[in-house]
Design a protein around this ligand. Structure first.
Ligand SMILES: *Cc1c(COP(=O)(O)O)cnc(C)c1O
Length: 446
């Protein structure tokens, strides 16, 4: 294995294929994966990565791929971003772990202070840190139940919230998340939401539908929490019609229901604001964050109103690794990078490039049914020509063509017919456009 490849941002920002994808060395490693790793752990693109930075992934065969997924919206600041590398190096030399709930350290507290400051809401807040997005969602619900003394949790069509037992009952998609993995946790209720491309409802209509179903099926007085992604991620980058989120927020507040925004995928500059809720001035009681928080180190957070968050007794929240000191150091450096490099602005520029590119292409290809998203969280929904029938076959073919040609794109959507673009905010316009052109070539070839 080459040791001369420099990690991080010093990698040449180029698409360069020196073998077929996957190359021979990747194939050898993937054969070992098949023999050693449980089959349930699938891979989207079967190459073995040795370095990544800016907008590229470099594999073991020396191929340089354009990365339009950033590890599912995690490495927003770029892979091995300089501030993150420096902070991690310093922390790893000081100490790697104490368990915060045994003997605390300042990094955890500093991350909490920063989140309390950044997350919308002009009130006193508290945060608690965890390892994964699912764990943050679980803990947000624990807190909401403890605070309200109620059990029911309301989720929405097209939702995703994770893969642990409680959160596995929350996604609206059977394959791959739930099939054969039940029984699921009780007291999770699903109601319709808003899918502007497909339902044509106004925000007021969609919110009224949801609230009416909650009333009939659950009863407001039984609901501990309503949880919603401000833009649904795995469900297909569906931004609800304007007005849905403010209406739900207002109704939840009136009913003493904890309003939780799951910003695990949308948070941290991704959508062109630090948090997607800012777009409509929505203020949640609790916000869950993870993915973009720490430049690739595992960390998640629950941040909310002090009275709600403080309602859980001491010892009720925590976990051995929760808020690991290295992950906290990385988070502080990552958040500093978003702010110092003005990456919300950059996310909007990236969004404009993607939107313009596909708007032009759509004029000559009506299989691009919808182009949507905000900031650097953009998607195209692919349909059969002349209709809105989902076209998952074309979607898969495009992802495959792109991979074969050195571009990583991720798919998503309840109907499996959405290609999502989540590039690192560190990507150049040039590289981004080169990647998009490969998607256009894929459309032309299919
Ligand atoms: C990814 C995701 C989760 C789960 O996060 P993990 O870190 O994979 O557990 C939860 N909610 C949303 C909106 C996500 O996108």
């Amino acid at each position: 294995m080459s040791t001369s490849i420099q990690g991080g941002p010093s990698l040449p920002q180029e698409r360069k294929l020196v073998t077929a994808i996957p190359g021979p060395k990747s194939q050898e490693i993937l054969a070992r994966k098949n023999a050693a790793v449980a089959s349930g752990v699938g891979v989207a693109l079967p190459v073995s990565i040795v370095a990544a930075g800016g907008g590229v992934l470099v594999d073991v065969d020396g191929n340089s791929l354009i990365d339009l997924g950033s590890g599912i919206a995690v490495t927003g600041v770029g892979n091995s971003a300089p501030r993150v590398v420096e902070a991690v190096k310093q922390q790893v030399e000081q100490f790697t772990h104490t368990c915060f709930t045994v003997t605390p350290y300042e990094g955890y507290i500093a991350v909490s202070e920063k989140l309390n400051e950044l997350i919308p809401g002009d009130f006193e807040k508290r945060s608690a840190l965890f390892n994964s997005g699912a764990e943050a969602v679980e803990n947000a619900i624990k807190v909401a139940r403890h605070y309200t003394g109620r059990n029911a949790v309301v989720v929405f069509d097209h939702a995703y919230h994770g893969r642990t037992n409680l959160t596995m009952g929350m996604p609206a998609k059977n394959i791959p998340y739930k099939d054969g993995f039940g029984p699921f946790a009780p007291e999770v209720y699903r109601v319709p939401t808003s899918y502007p491309y497909r339902d044509g409802l106004s925000g007021a209509e969609a919110a009224a539908n949801a609230i009416s179903q909650i009333d009939k099926q659950v009863g407001f007085n039984n609901v501990a929490a309503v949880i919603i992604e401000p833009i649904q991620g795995e469900g297909g980058f569906i931004a609800p019609a304007p007005g849905v989120l403010p209406a739900l927020q207002q109704w939840a507040n009136e009913q003493g229901i904890v309003f939780i925004l799951d910003e695990v995928q949308t948070g941290f500059a991704r959508t062109g604001d630090m948090f997607a809720a800012q777009h409509e001035g929505v203020v949640a009681d609790i916000v869950t964050t993870a993915k973009g928080i720490a430049g690739g180190l595992p960390l998640s957070a629950v941040t909310g109103r002090a009275d709600i968050m403080d309602s859980a007794h001491a010892g009720g929240l925590g976990g051995t690794y929760a808020g690991n000191p290295i992950a906290c150091a990385a988070a502080l450096a990552t958040i500093e990078t978003y702010e110092a490099e003005n990456l919300t602005e950059r996310a909007n520029q990236i969004g404009a490039v993607i939107t313009e590119f596909f708007t032009t292409l759509q004029q000559s290809d009506d299989r691009i049914g919808d182009i949507r998203g905000r900031g650097a969280m953009q998607a195209i929904e692919l349909v059969e020509s002349g209709s809105k029938a989902p076209n998952p076959a074309l979607t898969g073919a495009i992802a495959k063509f792109a991979a074969d040609n050195g571009v990583l794109v991720l798919t998503c959507g309840t109907y499996g017919n959405v290609i999502r673009f989540l590039p690192a905010l560190a990507i150049s316009d040039e590289l981004l456009l080169e990647g998009l052109q490969v998607v256009a070539d894929a459309l032309a070839a299919n």
